[in-house]
Design a protein around this ligand. Structure first.
Ligand code: NAD
Length: 269
């Protein structure tokens, strides 16, 4: 799918990887609707990115809030929403039994799954219903540069998992379960939505320099860097956003999870 002129919804777009994605999409000529529950950051991002980016406050743990935000997005961009990037998410590190042998707070486990997994699915199912109403775009191959031609598709959904889905570290039972859920839903959603010419992909980022990652203790950050092959640094938002736009542009990518991690493998702490 070509990026210029199309509209993409980006959840969690007020910070980190979502913010980098909004910036790249706008720079490439797309319109962006940024859904985030952080109103202050959302408004300052839209002030920075100008009229091609609209902020709508939304809590991805609430179906009511998502429904209202998507209805508003559709009114703003009728017949033009072609993609969704699900960046809203939270981390969390809680041992299954803590040092005093107290069990993991079950409310926290549920909270992490509700935002990362159920939130991702809820925004995806509701956005896909909007995309499915649109006519397909172009043909899959249209001469030179055909991979960007539209591919007969209606739209594309990009989810965000984590290396924790595969190599969850100590204290990541909830986060790894949440991101494992995102990886697991990718193929069945691609199969379901393929009936409507909508693709579904997931990105599993390694460690990126965002508020979520820089909040981790310095010892944890150093340990993570040791496990990276090359370059032995945290990734930058632009590198993540580059992969998002590559996925949007390449119609033959569907139903799978791509790691972007500089060869990192997470170790036991
Ligand atoms: N940064 C990393 O190294 C890294 C690594 C692997 C996976 N991830 C994943 O990437 C995604 C983005 O992470 P980030 O590092 O950019 O984090 P971030 O904290 O910088 O941004 C997350 C955004 O999501 C928003 N958000 C949180 N809960 C929400 C809710 N209920 N409704 C709406 N918005 C909500 C926050 O307000 C924030 O703007 C997350 O899913 C995270 O798990 C990040």
């Amino acid at each position: 799918m070509k990026i210029p002129g199309n509209t993409f919804i980006v959840t969690g777009g007020a910070s980190g990887l979502g913010l980098a994605t909004c910036k790249r999409l706008v720079n490439l000529g797309a319109q962006v609707v940024l859904l985030d529950f952080n109103e202050e950051n959302g408004k300052s991002v839209t002030a920075e990115l100008g009229p091609k980016c609209t902020f709508i406050q939304c809590d991805v743990t609430s179906t009511e809030s998502i429904t209202a935000a998507i209805e508003q997005s559709e009114k703003l961009h009728p017949d033009n929403i072609r993609g969704l990037v699900n960046c809203a998410g939270v981390g969390g590190a809680i041992l299954t039994l803590d040092r005093k042998k107290r069990p993991h707070d079950i409310g926290m486990f549920e909270h992490i799954l509700r935002i990362n997994t159920i939130g991702t699915f809820d925004v995806s199912r509701l956005t896909s219903a909007v995309i499915a109403k649109l006519p397909p775009l172009g043909k899959r191959i249209e001469g030179e540069g055909g991979i960007e031609s539209g591919g007969g598709e209606r739209g594309v959904i990009v989810n965000v998992a984590s290396l924790a889905a595969f190599e969850g570290q100590d204290g990541q039972a909830a986060y790894a379960a949440a991101k494992g859920g995102v990886v697991g839903m990718t193929l069945p959603m691609a199969r379901d939505l393929g009936r409507h010419n909508i693709r579904v992909m997931t990105i599993a980022p390694g460690s990126f320099e965002t508020p979520l990652m820089t909040a981790a203790a310095e010892s944890v950050q150093l340990g993570i860097k040791k496990g990276i092959a090359f370059p032995q640094e945290f990734g930058q938002g632009q590198e993540f956003a580059h992969l998002v736009t590559s996925i949007i542009e390449n119609t033959y990518l569907n139903g799978t999870t791509i790691r972007i991690d500089a060869g990192a493998r997470l170790a036991k702490l």
